[in-house]
Design a protein around this ligand. Structure first.
Ligand code: GDP
Ligand code: MG
Ligand code: K
Length: 298
């Protein structure tokens, strides 16, 4: 009897200091270099990919949602909402040792019309008496219809396994979006591909954005302290689009590379040599696996 493989995207939300990074570290272990909190634009940020024998969970940050409302532009709100709608599960982390605050209420407000399953994660149970935990459950239960409520201690690792089971129960059958051995160790590949895609989208004309996908094939420095050599391919669907992305005499591709390199250097904190290729791959948009693998969220 073979069990079907399950996979999906999971949004992690919660106000600052509730323990989101601690939780991710606990789940992913030391193996993965999680992206630190770099200044971010509107893209989704992969926090980490957790792969086990029968499932893959891709945890993503939801840009903007941690900020108070007045700091959010229309566009950011839209991006946050779309992200929440498009992920399979939402993890809403709160600090059980503190009273519910304005930041929590803001997030709850934002989640009100979401149909995506929302798991309330009551973190830092190591800091409270069981009575306090029960009281907190009552407070939050009245605020929103959570599909599950799971108390954990991210710091001590309590009940993390249970939370992973609950997440898995919400995942649909799906492919392994990220090869367990490669990207699990390099969530940066995804971010870097997003940076390149972002530049390509901004610089090229309106008619091709949806046809662009980027895959990072290589990202390494020969020696400690050397420039990081990033090699990536921009996929388009038609020859004509290839022409647009490359531009006259390669001018467009050069510009895309120049802008992307600056961001990648900022992200990695080191000098980068960026090598970009453009390839036509027909119908890549129809291959969901491929699309998701490239980080494109439709
Ligand atoms: P983030 O801003 O949501 O990513 O929060 P962090 O993961 O950076 O955690 C903020 C602080 O809370 C850090 O000092 C953590 O060590 C602490 N923390 C996180 N989880 C727990 C927990 O389960 N118990 C306790 N006691 N502290 C925690
Ligand atoms: Mg954090
Ligand atoms: K994306």
């Amino acid at each position: 009897m073979s069990e079907e493989f399950k996979s999906g995207f999971i949004s992690i939300i919660g106000r600052p200091n509730v323990g989101k990074s601690t939780f991710m570290n606990k789940v992913l272990g030391q193996k993965i270099a999680i992206m630190s909190d770099k200044p971010q634009t509107t893209r989704n940020k992969v926090q980490g990919v957790y792969t086990k024998d029968n499932a893959q969970m891709i945890f993503i940050d939801t840009p903007g949602i941690h900020k108070p409302k007045h700091e959010l532009g229309e566009h950011m709100m839209k991006v946050a909402r779309n992200t929440l709608r498009e992920t399979e599960v939402i993890l809403f982390l709160v600090n059980v040792a503190e009273e519910i605050g304005r930041g929590d209420e803001f997030i709850i407000d934002m989640l009100k019309n979401t149909t995506t399953p929302i798991i309330l994660v009551l973190n830092k149970i190591d800091l409270v008496h069981p009575d306090q935990l029960i009281k907190q459950i009552d407070v939050y239960k009245d605020k929103l219809n959570f599909s599950d409520i799971v108390p954990i201690s991210a710091l001590q690792g309590n009940n993390i396994e249970r939370l992973l089971e609950v997440i898995e129960s919400h995942l649909p059958p799906g492919p392994m979006y990220y090869p367990a051995d490669r990207v699990t160790d390099h969530p940066e590949h995804f971010i870097v591909s997003e940076l390149i895609r972002e530049k390509a989208l901004h610089l090229t004309s309106q008619e091709i954005p949806h046809a662009i996908g980027v895959e990072v094939e290589k990202m390494k420095a020969e020696n400690e302290g050397d420039k990081v050599h990033v090699q990536a391919t921009i996929f388009v669907e038609r020859e004509s689009q290839k022409g647009m992305v490359i531009g006259k005499g390669g001018k467009m591709l050069k510009e895309i590379g120049k802008l992307a390199r600056v961001d990648i250097e900022h992200l990695l904190g080191s000098k980068v040599y960026l090598e970009l290729w453009v390839k036509v791959q027909k119908d890549w948009r129809n291959k969901k696996n491929f699309i998701r693998g490239l980080g494109y969220k439709d």
